[in-house]
Design a protein around this ligand. Sequence first.
Ligand code: GDP
Ligand code: IMO
Ligand code: MG
Length: 426
Amino acid sequence: MKADVLLGLQWGDEGKGKVVDVLAPRYDVIARFQGGPNAGHTLEFEGIKHVLHTIPSGIFHPTKINIIGNGVVIDPVVLKREIDSLVNMGVDIRKNLFISRKAHLILPTHRMLDAASELSKGKAKIGSTLKGIGPAYMDKTGRNGLRVGDIEHPDFQRRYDVLVSKHHELLKHLEFEKPMQEFDHGWAEGIEVIRSLNLIDSEYEINGYLDQGKSVLAEGAQGSLLDIDFGSYPFVTSSNTITAGTCTGLGLAPTRIGEVYGIFKAYCTRVGSGPFPTELEDATGERMRKAGNEFGSTTGRPRRCGWLDLPALRYAIMLNGVTRLIMTKPDVLSGFDTVRVCTHYIYQGQQIDRMPFDIVNNHVQPVYRDFAGWEQPVGDVSDVSDLPLELTSYISFIEAELGVPVVIVSVGPDRKQTLVRIPEFA
Ligand code: GDP
Ligand code: IMO
Ligand code: MG
C-alpha cells in the first residue's frame, strides 16, 4: 500500500481538519507529519465544534490509529490541554493515539525566544503564532533539540537545564525581559503526560502498516505557501509543509506516496504578515471575513481575505504532485454579484503565470477574470448536481485551468456538509 496525503495549497486554514475527519473512515491510520501547535484544525459534527492543534484529525474515530510523526514539534503543555479536553468529551486517546519518539519538544524557552525574535523585528515581524515553532525547529536542525524519546532517559532533566540556560543567554542578548514563570506553567505536568502515552518508533510502525495492506492518510498542517523553502520567505513557517515533508516527517520513501489531496478555499486567506497578491483591504474583503468567520483557530486573529489566486495554486500543485483537489467554503461567496479569479500576475511590466522569486520586495499585480456570482445559500445542498449553475461553472473553470479534478466540495463546517463531485470517488 501507499500512503495518501492531504495538505493545504494556500496559506493554511483551508479546512484540512474538517476534511480529514470526513475521509478518516476510509483509512486505518491518520498521521500528522510536520508543524506543531501553530496549527488549528477545526472539526464540527453532531453539534460539537472542536479545534485540534497537535493531535491528528482522525481522533474522533475510535477505531482509527492516530500518529504524531517525527516531523512534528510538540509542546507538552498544549498537548496535555488537548488531551484533557478530548478525555472530557469521552475520547479514549490511550487506545488510538501514538507519538513518535523522534518528534522534537517545544520548551517554554522556545516560546520566549519566538516572542523575543518577533519583538526584535518590530514592523518586519513574521506574525508568528508565538507557539515556539521557529526556535524549536532551529534547535532541531542545529542539533541541540530534545526529543520525545529523551524523556525516558535518566539524563533528561540535566539536558533540559543545559538547553534552557543556552536559551537564557540568547534571551539576554535579545533583551527579552519577561520572566520564565510566565511561560513554563504546566511543563512538568505535560512531560508526565507524554511519559504515560504510547511512544513508538513511528517510521517502523507506519511502514509496517503499509506492508500489512493498511491504509494511511498523512495530514498536513499550515499550507504550501508557508513552506520554509517555497513560501514567501521569510514570511513562512519553519517546516516543509509540502508532500516532501511527508517523507521526512513520517519516514516514508517517496515511492510510498499515493494520492495527494490538495485542499483550497474558494477564495484566499492569510493570517500573519507577508505578501498576498489578491488581498482585498476593502469592504469586499471585510464581507468575506465576516461571512467566512475568518478568524484564526489558534490565535483568534482576523484573517486577511482576497480572491482565488491560480498562479499560486498552480505552483502548489506542481510542488506537491496533487492528484485530487478539494474545494472548501464556496458557501461563503453566496450572494456576491461577481466572483473574481486571478489567472496571471503582472510582474515588472510583464504578464506571468509563475510565482516570481521575490514577491516580498516586488509587488505583483493580479490579472482577474470575473464570474457571475451565485445568489442562493448552498450550505444545505446535499447533491452536487443541485449546486447553482454559476458555482458549477466556477468550479469547472478552476479544474480546467489547474488540470486536476475537484473531487470534493465542502459547503459548510459540519461533517455532513460535504459533497462528492466525482462519482467514482464516492
Ligand atoms: P485547517 O487549519 O485547514 O484545518 O482549517 P481551520 O479549521 O483553521 O479553518 C477552517 C474554518 O472554516 C473552520 O472554522 C472550519 O470549521 C470552517 N470550514 C471548513 N470547511 C468549511 C466550508 O466548506 N464552509 C464553511 N463556511 N466553513 C468551513
Ligand atoms: P493550520 O494548520 C494559518 C502562519 C502564522 C505566521 C507564519 C509563521 O491551522 O492551517 P509560526 O507560528 O509557524 O512561526 O508562524 O505562519 N501560520 C499559519 N497560518 N494556518 C496555520 O496552520 C498556520 N501556522 C502558522 O500566522 O504568518
Ligand atoms: Mg487552521
